[in-house]
Design a protein around this ligand. Structure first.
Ligand code: PHE
Length: 441
């Protein structure tokens, strides 16, 4: 709103944590292991790492720089930089945020269900059968899933309601270190289980003969999802940023942290999955079945399980607030108040998410997939890569002068030039190539 000062992060550290909080979430611990499992293991991991480095990093710096340059939400940024005709690309980003949050909140609700269940002990998880049964019984119970989804949306709304520094930033500060410590403990337990070695080799020994266009596309989609790119999250977070923050360096740190958490999550899930006879290609239930069995097998398992699901829930929350912030930022820039904007958007997204919550129990499908998979295909494989490509075009070509200057403020010259090369040539070509090869399968 004109005349009203734009909100800002209280500190550089707070910004890094909030952006890392957006990146690190269910994408790392729930999604990365099962997508890796469905795509054959280690070769997928290698391609994923390349995708993060050459596409993820490039798009992230582009988003930060464009947001900080215009000090606007994603729709305002495209309109200001490229003119009215480009506003729809911003809208597509807002739409994508809404699509993701509509199903993300369902999985967020699962984490709350699991932490509640851990309060009652972990003995019912003691075998693959027990944990698998718990998972399918719960996800088939539409009413219960909906209840937890609503609770998750409500909590997301409360944080966004409170604003940038006191809401978003404060929540992210203490969580990341705790999550990492817990993951390391779980890795140690998982890789020392009897029978874990087969899982470690599935996860770390690549067999490139299994790689197809679909594998590469899955890796790129996962990189966009996990790093929260292509829909304006990082752009919006960049718009709340002071000019003295080194963007390329921050982006590298965020990419590294996000990748570290994902790789560690795989190192917990696969050895345990092989040890407990859970199929690595089991799909969305993989972590939610494998991890509880693991908890049932460690001393003080109930305490670990409770702590883990609390952290997973909080990691999901620091991501979901960043999604809700995209449409809310748009409404704020149009003069709405924060409470009004966040309440309205949260209600709309909750309603759009109802089919994702109850679809499983009613056997609904969309484009031949269950509702959650259809939503995630639309967002990760189409909207986010497309949004990322547009960022590359604006940052690397159309407005390269001003975006390059913005990205280079206070940053190392070498790293900035490396970024510019990636965003101008490598990332857009990679996105287009992967898209074409993915279409061919
Ligand atoms: N990166 C988040 C995760 O890995 C998901 C997310 C996607 C958040 C898009 C914001 C925007 O869980």
């Amino acid at each position: 709103m004109q005349g009203q000062k734009r909100e800002q992060w209280a500190s550089k550290f707070g910004f890094i944590l909030a952006a890392a909080g957006s990146a690190v979430g269910l994408g790392n611990i729930w999604k990365f292991p099962y997508v890796t499992g469905q795509n054959g293991g280690a070769a997928f991991v290698v391609i994923y790492l390349i995708a993060v480095l050459i596409v993820g990093f490039a798009v992230m710096v582009g988003e930060f720089a464009m947001g900080r340059l215009t000090q606007k939400n994603i729709v305002g940024t495209y309109t200001q930089l490229q003119g009215r005709n480009w506003g729809w690309i911003g809208w597509l980003g807002v739409f994508c945020g809404i699509v993701i949050l509509s199903y993300y909140s369902v999985i967020g609700g699962w984490t709350i269900r699991y932490l509640v269940s851990a309060l009652g002990g972990v003995s019912h998880f003691a075998s693959e059968g027990g944990a698998g049964q718990f998972f399918s019984k719960f996800t088939q119970n539409g009413k219960e899933v909906l209840l937890y989804q609503g609770l998750f949306m409500l909590l997301t709304m409360v944080v966004v309601f409170r604003g940038v520094a006191s809401g978003l930033e404060r929540w992210c500060k203490a969580l990341m270190p705790a999550l990492i410590v817990l993951l390391i403990v779980l890795v140690i337990r998982s890789v020392t289980l009897p029978g874990a070695a087969a899982g470690v080799s599935f996860y770390l020994k690549p067999d490139f003969s299994k790689v197809t266009g679909t594998t590469v596309m899955a890796a790129l989609s996962q990189a966009f999802f996990s790093l929260s790119l292509g829909l304006g999250t990082m752009l919006t977070y960049g718009s709340y940023l002071r000019k003295d923050v080194d963007l390329p360096k921050s982006a590298l740190q965020i990419c590294a942290l996000d990748t570290f958490v994902a790789v560690m999550a795989g190192l917990v899930v696969f050895p345990a999955a092989f040890a407990f006879n859970v199929q690595p290609g089991a799909g969305p239930g993989l972590s939610f079945v494998t991890l509880p069995v693991l908890f049932a097998k460690v001393p003080l398992g109930q305490v670990w399980a409770f702590c883990f699901f609390v952290l997973l829930f909080l990691a999901a929350l620091t991501s979901s607030i960043s999604m809700l912030e995209i449409p809310v930022a748009y409404l704020l820039d149009r003069g709405w108040s924060r409470p009004k904007a966040s309440t309205l958007m949260a209600i709309i997204i909750f309603v759009i998410g109802i089919p994702s919550a109850i679809g499983d129990s009613l056997g609904w499908s969309l484009f031949g997939k269950d509702i959650i998979s259809a939503g995630s295909y639309l967002s990760d494989s189409i909207l986010m890569p497309f949004g990322g490509l547009m960022i590359c075009l604006v940052a690397g070509w159309f407005k390269r002068g001003s975006v390059l200057t913005e990205a280079g403020l206070g940053a190392s010259k070498a790293l900035t030039s490396f970024w510019f090369f990636l965003v101008r040539y490598v990332a857009p070509v990679a996105i287009i190539a992967v898209f074409l090869s993915g279409l061919k399968g």
